[in-house]
Design a protein around this ligand. Structure first.
Ligand code: SAM
Ligand code: SF4
Length: 335
């Protein structure tokens, strides 16, 4: 029984862990952070050794896919140590995939080392191809640096997927340019609906929201969209653009709810396990981790937490309010 894989109360096997390794970032995207964020004191963060222990415990309990995220994961000092520590799980086949979600700013520096550690795919977040708009949406980011990072990643042999947050009045006019740019570089593209997470100091949520239903209709005016059956257990649905062969994903936590196939949980950089991105309930795994050199108490705490995974989230903008809003920033839980 002890070796039974993690199963939640709704018979969903939990095989995917996303780990936020830092809440810090070198950008300040308008939908993600306020300009003057207060970050956690360093002592509250799990050390790299503790992150290794956490991830390894989840892998022992059946996690097959690990995504390193943040904040910006590649700005955490010595983060390659964690990637290299995970290589052993890839090599013995316990872990099937090690991936990272990044804003791309540090990819030029890290791409080769990530490949050496066993990473094969990266998700790069990019909302616009216009330099001035990029500086506006990320506040601190510079587009050429990210484009260099993407070049470096592809040159190193990494498969790159672009994640774009659909923002009303911001990147609506770049839909086809983004799709064509990705197709020309053989990169898949996923659009994300903006989610009501964290207090942004007056940013207007409902005003930022561009429904992917509408975005999809716009794509259909130019391309033939072929629905793809495959799903990742996440909230994404995929199509292929018949004209370019490119895969396009839609992450629609608001207009659709795909919670029934959810296979994932999220660990924050302080060791809190969130069983659902859109709910407040969490389990503190740092205390059992630090309480004992044995991983027994930690594994018990993980099983207990998975036993509380809720059926789904309650995000809803339909009443012109950001209902179901959660107070955490995305950078805290990890996107
Ligand atoms: N810094 C990395 C990056 O930007 O890719 C990783 C962390 S970031 C929090 C992960 C993803 O969350 C990014 O693709 C970002 O666009 C997305 N994101 C952040 N805040 C969001 C929000 N309020 N709604 C929807 N997506 C959001
Ligand atoms: Fe940083 Fe990513 Fe949040 Fe932008 S979305 S502020 S890059 S953590």
């Amino acid at each position: 029984m002890l070796d039974a894989p993690l199963m939640d109360p709704f018979q969903r096997a939990i095989t995917y862990l996303r780990v936020s390794v830092t809440d810090r970032c070198d950008f300040r995207c308008v939908y993600c952070m306020s300009e003057h964020m207060t970050f956690l004191p360093k002592r509250d963060l799990l050390t790299l050794e503790e992150l290794d222990r956490m991830c390894s415990a989840f892998i022992r309990l059946g996690v097959k896919k690990l995504r390193i995220t943040g904040g910006e994961p590649l700005v955490r000092r010595d983060i390659l140590t964690l990637f290299r520590a995970m290589t052993r799980h890839l090599e013995r086949g316990a872990l099937k995939e090690l991936t990272v979600t990044t804003n791309g700013s540090q990819l030029a520096r890290f791409a080769d080392d990530l490949v050496d550690a066993g990473v094969r795919r990266v998700n790069v977040s990019l909302d616009t191809l216009d330099e001035e708009k990029f500086a506006r949406v990320t506040r601190w980011g510079r587009l050429p640096q990210v484009l260099n990072g993407i070049d470096a990643a592809q040159n190193a042999g990494l498969r790159v997927k672009i994640n774009t947050v659909a923002l009303k009045g911001f990147n609506e006019d770049e839909l086809f340019r983004l799709a064509e740019w990705c197709a020309s570089r053989d990169m898949d593209l996923t659009f994300i609906e903006v989610m009501p997470m964290g207090d942004l100091g007056g940013e207007d949520r409902v005003g930022q929201y561009w429904s992917l239903k509408d975005l999809r209709h716009r794509l259909e005016e130019h391309y033939t969209l072929v629905d793809l059956a495959h799903r990742t257990g996440g909230p994404a649905r995929y199509v292929r653009l018949a004209e370019t062969g490119q895969q396009v994903g839609f992450i629609t936590p608001l207009t659709h709810n795909f919670c029934e196939s959810c296979n994932r949980v999220r660990l924050t950089c302080t060791g809190e396990l969130y069983m659902c991105l859109g709910q407040e309930d969490m389990a503190d795994l740092r205390a059992p981790l630090r309480a004992s050199e044995s991983d027994g108490p930690l594994e018990d705490a993980i099983r207990d937490a998975i036993g509380r995974k809720p059926k789904g989230h309650d995000f809803d903008y339909s009443r012109q309010r950001a209902d179901g809003q959660v107070s955490r920033h995305m950078s805290h839980t990890g996107g």
